[in-house]
Write a protein that binds this ligand. Structure first.
Ligand SMILES: NC(=O)C1=CN([C@@H]2O[C@H](COP(=O)(O)OP(=O)(O)OC[C@H]3O[C@@H](n4cnc5c(N)ncnc54)[C@H](O)[C@@H]3O)[C@@H](O)[C@H]2O)C=CC1
Ligand SMILES: O=C(O)[C@@H]1CCC=N1
Length: 267
C-alpha cells in the first residue's frame, strides 16, 4: 500500500490530539502529515516544532498532494470549506471529525463518487487512547478502509456505527470526557477543603479514576463494581442516596440529550 499523505484543515485541539497520536504511533505507515490553519502562524510553527509535521496557512495548493483530507475545523465552517474544496477534489479520501457532519453531508457537498468518512474521536487521541466512533460513506472501498483503520488505530480504539448512531452517541464518547473531568474537578475541590494541597488532591483523584478505569477495562460491569464498593447500609450508600435525592440520573440523561441536540445543530 502506498503510504498516504494526510492534510489537516484546522489545527485546533482535536487536530493536534489526532496528529500527535499518529506521529507517536503510525508514522511508519504515513508519508507526510501537513497541517493547515487559517491565520495563527505561531501555533502552526509550534506544532511543527513539537510534532515534526509540515505546516501551511493555505490548504488549497496541498489538496492535489494529499491522499486524505482530514477536516478538523468547527462544524459551522464546513459548508464554506467544502464549497471551496469541491472543485479541487479528485478522488481524495475526505474525513471529518466535526460533530453533526455525517458522511451523507460530505457526499452532498463533494463531487459524485468522492470517498468520505466521519470519525467522532475524543481528546485522549493524544495519548493513543481515544474511543472513536466512525461511519464510512457509500464510496469507501477496501483501500480507503485500510487508511481509515490506520488513522483510527493510531489514536486508540474504534467502533464502526451507522451515521445516525454516531449522531446519537457523540455525547457519550466525544463529549463525556468533559463530563468526567468536571466530576474530577469537583472531587479535587472537595479534597482540598481538608488540608491537602492541590497536587495531593490531583494525585488522589487521578489514581482513583485510573484504578476505576482499569477495573472497567478488565471487563467488569459498572453496576457490579459499584455494588462491590457500596457496603450495605455503609458510607458509600449514604453518598449515593444524595445522588438519587438530587436526581443524578436525570442530570446525566438531560446532559446527554442537550449535547446531542446541539451537536446535530452544528451545521
Ligand atoms: N475537542 C474535542 O474533544 C472534539 C472535537 N471534535 C470536533 O473537532 C472539530 C474542532 O474542534 P476543536 O479542535 O475542539 O476546536 P478548536 O477551536 O480548538 O479548533 C478549530 C480549528 O479550526 C480552525 N478554523 C476555524 N475556522 C476555520 C476556517 N474557516 N477555515 C479553516 N480553519 C478554520 C481554527 O483555526 C482551529 O485551528 C470540531 O468540528 C469538533 O466538533 C470532535 C470530537 C471531540
Ligand atoms: O464540544 C464539541 O462540540 C465537540 C464535539 C464532541 C466534543 N467536543
Amino acid at each position: 500500500m502506498k503510504k498516504p499523505t494526510i492534510l489537516f484543515i484546522g489545527a485546533g485541539r482535536m487536530a493536534e490530539a489526532i496528529f500527535a497520536g499518529l506521529v507517536k504511533n503510525s508514522m511508519d505507515h504515513i508519508q507526510e502529515i501537513i497541517v493547515s490553519n487559517r491565520s495563527d502562524r505561531e501555533r502552526l510553527q509550534s506544532m511543527e516544532k513539537k510534532h515534526g509535521v509540515s505546516i501551511t496557512t493555505d490548504w488549497k495548493p496541498e489538496v492535489k498532494l494529499a491522499d486524505v483530507i482530514l477536516l478538523a475545523m468547527p462544524p459551522g465552517v464546513h459548508s464554506q470549506i467544502l464549497e471551496e474544496m469541491s472543485p479541487l477534489v479528485k478522488g481524495q479520501f475526505v474525513i471529518t471529525v466535526a460533530a453533526g457532519i455525517g458522511p451523507s453531508d460530505l457526499e452532498q457537498r463533494l463531487p459524485e463518487g468522492t470517498p468520505v468518512a466521519w470519525i467522532m474521536p475524543n481528546t485522549a487521541a493524544d495519548k493513543g487512547e481515544s474511543m472513536s466512533l466512525y461511519a464510512p460513506g457509500k464510496n469507501v472501498e477496501e483501500k480507503h478502509m485500510r487508511i481509515l483503520q490506520l488513522i483510527l488505530d493510531g489514536i486508540g480504539e474504534s467502533e464502526k456505527l451507522t451515521e445516525e448512531q454516531v449522531h446519537d452517541l457523540t455525547a457519550i464518547t466525544g463529549s463525556a470526557p468533559a463530563f468526567l473531568y468536571r466530576f474530577v474537578e469537583l472531587l479535587e475541590n472537595a479534597a482540598t477543603e481538608h488540608g491537602i494541597s492541590r497536587e495531593q488532591a490531583k494525585k488522589l483523584v487521578g489514581q482513583m479514576v485510573y484504578g476505576s478505569a482499569v477495573m472497567l477495562k478488565a471487563g467488569s460491569d459498572a453496576k457490579e463494581l459499584r455494588e462491590q464498593v457500596t457496603s450495605p447500609g455503609g458510607a458509600t450508600a449514604a453518598g449515593l442516596d444524595v445522588f438519587s435525592e438530587y436526581q443524578f440520573e436525570k442530570i446525566v440523561s438531560e446532559a446527554v440529550k442537550a449535547t446531542n441536540k446541539k451537536a446535530r445543530e452544528g451545521h
